[in-house]
Design a protein around this ligand. Sequence first.
Ligand SMILES: [Zn+2]
Length: 300
Amino acid sequence: YAHYARDLRYMLSDGVVRVERLRDLPCSCPVCRRYDVETFLSLPREELEREIALHNLYVIRAELRRIRQAIHEGTLWELLELRARSHPSLLQALYRLRKYAKLLERSHPATKPAVRGRFYYPTTSAWRPEVLRHVRRLLSNYEPPSSKCLLLLPETEEKPFSRYGPISILASLLRGCVEEGLVHVVVYAFPFGPIPLELDDVYPLSQYERPRRLPLDDRLRIAKLVAAYARRFRGAYEGAILHRDVRGWGAAFYRLLLRELCGAFGAEKVSVTPVRAEEPYSSLAVRELLDEVRRLASET
Ligand SMILES: [Zn+2]
């Protein structure tokens, strides 16, 4: 901070500016509160340096407090993602952290943090400890109920899926089929990948927000996670129905996922609904899906 002050560099929470470029003092620390920008800039050099140093110290202290609060709330990773956007080298550092993501997951608290709703961003959120933990636990500890068919549904904004919105309605229409062991519903979602519907109440699987459009890399990553699920549990199902949201997830996502599902269950055991790209929970698409489930039921 003092070194910066000697060069007349004024710290902000997301960067540093040369003091002569300031048009206003964008800070409410005790130093900045005393001056308007003209008076501040006209201070004698030595005094200006001292005041900048003091201001810089306040900024650092505020940032440390913010970090402590984020640790307390269990949102440190979110703060890192936010701060990483303020400079390319910070983003680079966050990318490096990816190497240690598995290690971080092992020591990440499992308890529900004080803040419930979490925000997820493209790319960097994929390595969040709670995301890796969900995937690891699902693939190693989970046992799907024995069912004839794995039914893959695209996520909706309404959460938990089993209680609100179109998935909950569909689930109640399918209740009989689920109880008879005909279908098992798994929702595919960013950033968690496959979420078995009976688990969607578990923290943090339903307390998250993400941007509506995702970059291709993030979508393909989810396709790979769902594929890993299908391979891991291929013995628990005879086949799969992939219900699509082509506008939301894109053709490349479905190409990859379909190829993987066919690899796991055999091409003749995998069906796709709706046939045409339309809203996944429109009445037409839902009717197509229910017809497909009925067709499966009649095969037994
Ligand atoms: Zn200040």
